[in-house]
Write a protein that binds this ligand. Structure first.
Ligand code: MLT
Ligand code: ZN
Length: 466
């Protein structure tokens, strides 16, 4: 039997795609950077089927490329060879358990993030991972890329929310670390090997995730600030005065806001005047409704007294809150509609962000005319310093000519400041050279040794990361 026959035998005719036209949506990536090639697309329904797919591929000399919602930015789920089998996990999508006493959910890799939000909300619980792609990204992909998003400041990254994992190893064995134990000091923390490994060490098939009491109140403000030092001081003040209930603290430059308002007719600026630096700050908590409003007001009164905040809009209804969030969440799409940007995803210690922002324009001087769209999760020290062609310029030609120069300059600056060139978007194919260049050599050697030990034949997501 051929590989395709063996896989069809295992998965049934609905579990295997080998026609080019039907495979096509799985092969192109979210940003259109890569057009993938694969022998076929396997759609297993159970962990045991995933393990068997891996065993068959191994026996037949094929590599395996795991894929979740295919929303990543770095090509980490794009196959690129006739001897690669794409394993998409969307049919492995059961919520196995929600435990309201231990505050955990046991879910399979293909569960869509927004569906998990809905399911746990029905039990009065809350899963805090949140991002623009939540309607299509999947838990397995979130964990494999250690996704960040909009509430990391308070609740942590996807990886920090994972208590246990079930993983199919390149050998085809199933590693069962699917425990809900908060305390388990019985040797190496093996699950952490697979968090952020982008499927290069195994396929995450299920996870035990931390849940929280559902917030009953959100207090949301859109604020104008005079400079980036004030942004950092406001974050510190707000965390101290709010009992650490600041859930999100997002930075939006005037330029990013303008991309949004010029692309979307139905989105208005929160302010009539222009302000170079703006912040979307949200406090939330599970206590009595309205208990956080006075807290927010007192933070803002002090911030204004200290000159940290010059203007502000407080959301008075859930509708207004959603409108404010829509502005922030529309920035990536607005950039896309404006012709696309060279995306960056750097992080530095929060206190060094003003210095980073001050130094960056000089570093970019070599690329000629451009427009910067700077926004991001400043509460996590994570900025998207995106670079677009100057108004009237050709976006595609600009990216072709200047992507390498702009990224090299901004990544180098982050490295000089002890930061990261990839805070939350991962490595995939796109940032492999950066990893080789910027990562500590001892760390790289350890990563290569781990890869060799777990995957000596390099059959698991080859060509990604290392
Ligand atoms: C965001 O924060 O909106 C994303 O991580 C960046 C993007 O989608 O470009
Ligand atoms: Zn982001």
């Amino acid at each position: 039997m051929t590989l395709i026959e063996r896989l069809r035998d295992l998965l049934g005719s609905t579990g295997l795609i080998s026609e080019a036209a039907e495979m096509s949506p799985y092969l192109s990536d979210e940003r259109g950077l890569y057009q993938g090639i694969a022998a076929c697309v396997a759609l297993p329904r159970t962990t045991e089927e995933v393990a068997q797919v891996v065993r068959i591929c191994r026996a037949e000399g094929y590599a395996v490329v795991p894929q979740g919602g295919n929303t990543g930015y770095c090509g980490g789920a794009s196959p690129d060879g006739e001897r690669q089998v794409l394993v998409n996990l969307y049919r492995l999508n059961r919520i196995r358990d929600i435990d309201p006493i231990g505050f955990t959910a046991t879910v399979e890799a293909g569960v869509i993030l927004a569906n998990l939000h809905t399911a746990v909300a029905e039990s009065g619980l809350f899963f805090p991972l949140s991002m623009g792609s939540e309607g299509s990204c999947q838990i397995g992909g979130n964990l494999a890329t250690n996704a960040g998003g909009l509430a990391v400041l308070r609740y942590g990254t996807a990886g920090e929310l994972a208590m246990g994992l079930e993983v199919v190893l390149p050998s085809g064995e199933i590693l069962d670390c699917l425990t809900p134990l908060r305390k388990d000091n019985t040797g190496y923390d093996l699950k952490s090997l697979f968090l952020g490994a982008e499927g290069t060490l195994g396929i995450i098939t299920a996870a035990v995730l931390k849940l929280f009491p559902a917030p009953t109140e959100h207090q949301t403000a859109w604020l104008a600030l005079p400079d980036t030092e004030s942004v950092c001081k406001l974050l510190s003040l707000a965390r101290s005065l709010s009992g650490d209930t600041v859930t999100s603290f997002e930075y939006i430059s005037q330029a990013s806001l303008q991309f949004v308002t010029s692309q979307f007719d139905d989105i208005q600026c929160p302010f009539t005047a222009q302000h170079p630096h703006q912040v979307l700050m949200e406090l939330s908590g599970p206590l009595a409704v309205e208990s956080l409003r006075p807290t927010l007001e007192s933070i803002l009164a002090q911030a204004m007294e200290q000159g940290l905040v010059t203007d502000g809009v407080l959301a008075d209804s859930d509708r207004q809150r959603r409108q404010l969030w829509r502005i922030r969440e529309s920035i990536p799409q607005a950039e896309k509609l404006a012709g696309g940007s060279v995306k960056h995803d750097i992080s530095v210690a929060i206190a060094r962000i003003p210095a980073y922002l001050a130094a960056a324009p000089e570093r970019l001087a070599g690329i000629g005319a451009y427009r910067a769209s700077i926004y991001g999760h400043i509460g996590d020290g994570n900025l998207h310093y995106n670079v677009l062609a100057a108004a009237g310029g050709d976006p595609q030609a600009f990216r072709q000519q200047h992507a390498a120069g702009a990224s090299g300059a901004l990544h180098q600056l982050a490295a000089e400041m002890g930061g990261s060139f990839s805070a939350e978007h991962g490595i995939g194919k796109l940032k492999k050279e950066d990893l080789a260049h910027f990562k500590d050599e001892t760390a790289l050697q350890l990563m290569r040794a781990l890869k060799k030990t777990l995957d000596p034949e390099n059959m698991m997501n080859p060509g990604k990361m290392l």
